[in-house]
Design a protein around this ligand. Structure first.
Ligand SMILES: Nc1nc2c(ncn2[C@@H]2O[C@H](COP(=O)(O)OP(=O)(O)OP(=O)(O)O)[C@@H](O)[C@H]2O)c(=O)[nH]1
Ligand SMILES: [Mg+2]
Length: 291
């Protein structure tokens, strides 16, 4: 598939072309850049929903249930799982990525997991580009799942139209700390695994710590409570920060790439020795990029 061919088939929404384009984006080569340049102007209108929360709370299961519902309502749906810690369930536990990528129980839902760790530009750049690819393919309801653990993941979840933070009963104490950051970026909160003991308590506590944000209870596994959640997602209009986050990410990457390592190391030593302040150092480093 050459590039013009790929772009045409991507625009037609062909699953194989989407998969191919996402692989290009994952590999972060020149071809991906060229592809994005060609399709960028016809994107921007999809509803992009972030699903984030601690590992194992049921994000993928809930994502699958929401995707099916959205598909049944006539949306063209895609689910992007960024660096999942466990594979998509889709009703059953699936082992490998090939199967995971067809893991939805609804054949009209495009599902893809994406590994971005360790890649140049990091998680954020690749994930933002992937979202644009899905939009170019005509997807109008896109769920992006990230584990709400690292700063990058949180950044992606916060940059979309609606951020849904998923919690569940039985989370350990160490989760409590990261919960505060998660609450902040949430538009909507969900306590999943409502069939388990302690779900009501978690929901009450969560409600008490949010200033009037809606808290939903769901049993993703059997679909209980998913419909009201879906309605809330559809009627929430958050402020999309995708382009701002993306641009800022690119600027940071560009600066990082262009700063000579030696200049960086030497300047850092001077800062450590308290010869110049980080502020002065930053000015000098930016100045050195001009020449
Ligand atoms: N009891 C109960 N189990 C659930 C529910 N939803 C999901 N699970 C189970 O919880 C486990 C984890 O579900 P996932 O959907 O993979 O959770 P996740 O948050 O995507 O996990 P990571 O991607 O690894 O962070 C699976 O065994 C699910 O079947 C629920 O509503 N109730
Ligand atoms: Mg998952």
């Amino acid at each position: 598939m050459d590039l013009p061919n790929l772009v045409e088939r991507l625009r037609n929404g062909e699953a194989r072309a989407i998969a191919r384009a996402l692989t290009l984006v994952e590999n972060r080569g020149d071809e991906a850049r060229e592809l994005l340049t060609q399709v960028f102007s016809d994107t921007g209108s999809a509803k992009i929903v972030g699903l984030t929360g601690p590992p194992g709370v049921g994000k993928s299961t809930l994502g699958d249930a929401l995707a099916k519902l959205a598909s049944a309502r006539g949306h063209r749906v895609a689910v992007l799982a960024v660096d999942p810690t466990s594979p998509f369930t889709g009703g059953a536990l699936l082992g490998d990525r090939a199967r995971m990528d067809s893991g939805s129980s609804d054949p009209n839902v495009f599902i893809r997991s994406m590994a971005t760790r360790g890649h140049v530009g990091g998680l954020t750049g690749a994930a933002f580009e992937a979202l644009v690819v899905l939009e170019a393919a005509g997807k109008d309801f896109i769920l992006v799942e990230t584990v709400g653990a690292g700063q990058d993941e949180i950044e992606v979840a916060a940059a979309v139209d609606v951020t849904v933070v998923v919690l569940a009963p039985g989370l350990g104490d160490q989760i409590q700390a990261s919960k505060a950051g998660l609450m902040e970026i949430a538009d909507i909160l969900v306590v999943n695994k409502a069939d388990r003991d302690g779900a009501d308590l978690v929901a009450e506590e969560t409600q008490a710590h949010t200033d009037g944000k809606p808290v939903f209870k769901t049993v993703a596994r059997d679909g209980t409570g998913v419909e009201p959640l879906f309605e809330a997602i559809v009627s929430t209009t958050g402020e999309r920060q995708l382009m701002e986050s993306w641009l800022w990410n690119e600027v940071q990457e560009a600066v990082r790439e262009r700063l000579p390592r030696e200049a960086w190391a030497a300047t850092l030593e001077r800062v450590k020795a308290r010869e110049i302040t980080p502020h002065e150092a930053a000015e000098k480093l930016l100045e050195s990029l001009k020449s």
